[in-house]
Design a protein around this ligand. Sequence first.
Ligand code: GDP
Length: 454
Amino acid sequence: MNPARHPTDTIAAVATATGRGGIGVVRVSGSRAADVALGVLGRLPPARTASFLKFLAADGAVLDHGIALWFAAPASYTGEDVLELHGHGGSAVLQAVLARCFELGARPARPGEFTERAFLNDRIDLAQAEAVADLIDASTSSAARAAMRSLDGEFSRHVHQLEDALVNLRLFVEATLDFPEEDVEFIEQAGARHKLDEVMRAVGALRERARCGSVLRDGLTVVLAGAPNVGKSSLLNALSGEDRAIVTDIAGTTRDTLRELISIDGVPLHIIDTAGLRETTDPVEQAGIARTKRELDRAHAVVHLIDATTGFDAAARLIDEGLPDGLKRIRVFNKIDLTDDSPHSERAGDVVSLWLSAREGSGLDLLRATLLDCIGWHGGAEDALSARARHLHALDASIGRLDAARACIAGTVLQLDLFAEELRLAHRALGDITGEFTPDDLLGEIFSRFCIGK
Ligand code: GDP
């Protein structure tokens, strides 16, 4: 660990969400946390024990009272001295307590700075730190469970096991390099090929679990199009049912007129309603539409809803022609309860057509399966590990290096020095996941996306 990375100042922030609440928490971390405790509480509370105390202003006036918790370094979230003040959850009272902490030597914490310190002080690694943010941002319970597994260190443990296996292989090969004439025999005796194949299988399996986690984290974006009265709202309601995703005020998950968030099998499904994409002069609405249009570019599929009683008529054709190019199209013929049709699907080239009834709920499973198919989701929520594109990229890079390593020992002429080098690079790629080799600017970017107080 680079000593220059170790912070020395003391930070404070409100750790609970803004707005009114039963309880609000002010958190302080750093070498001056004890001074803050002495100033606010008049004493240093016993460590790891709930103490009911008054929170005092400089002139001795009582700002609030509540539970004070003291965690002495290194046994705290950040690894530093930490003070938590659990008072009443109103913004004025919390700001007053926070201002008092600043008076006593703390400075405002940046977003994610507590977790960044936990990382810099080796309390958690980078994959775990990212899982903290993923857990807070999780929009379905499956996504939350995947984040919790990564936060618990399951993802990192697998990465470390793979790293250990790679180090062992490398040590062995590097020893062999001194006895070149025994190359082939050494490699065969030690079962190096077999061991490498096992590592490759394990990296592949980990990548699949991480891919499932990233799907649970980011979900699927679907554009919903269709003429008025074809049943768009009815379909949304029928799809969401009991399994409605929890909608929060986190950027990107806000429910507005343009977007809905539901979940299928625990996979978040962001639905963009094109009816909301109308011309407007309202700047707030314009901003929303611009954001939505950017999301459209990243959408996985478009669901074009059509009234089955009228079929693919001129109006439907007009809408179809206006849909973004290059998107997977699912044409859904709704209201089959009014026709002789039963639920079924047909595929013609890139277009899947589906017949269902939103009112009766028939054919919905077919639609759910078709949607999940768009992102290659075939289950796997139970052992998914929350992961980001960054992690998948690192695993892919590692797989690429292992493939290259395999080629070095495939034939009868072995290239053991290259083999060792590829193993080293594969190891380095894995290290990016846990943050062993992650540059400071990337760290800054990762933590800046956290909320303040975390
Ligand atoms: P939207 O304007 O596209 O959002 O359409 P709505 O969901 O508001 O539905 C328009 C009308 O069609 C309503 O009266 C719904 O009850 C009716 N409707 C929606 N889906 C079905 C269906 O599957 N079968 C039948 N018979 N009526 C439906």
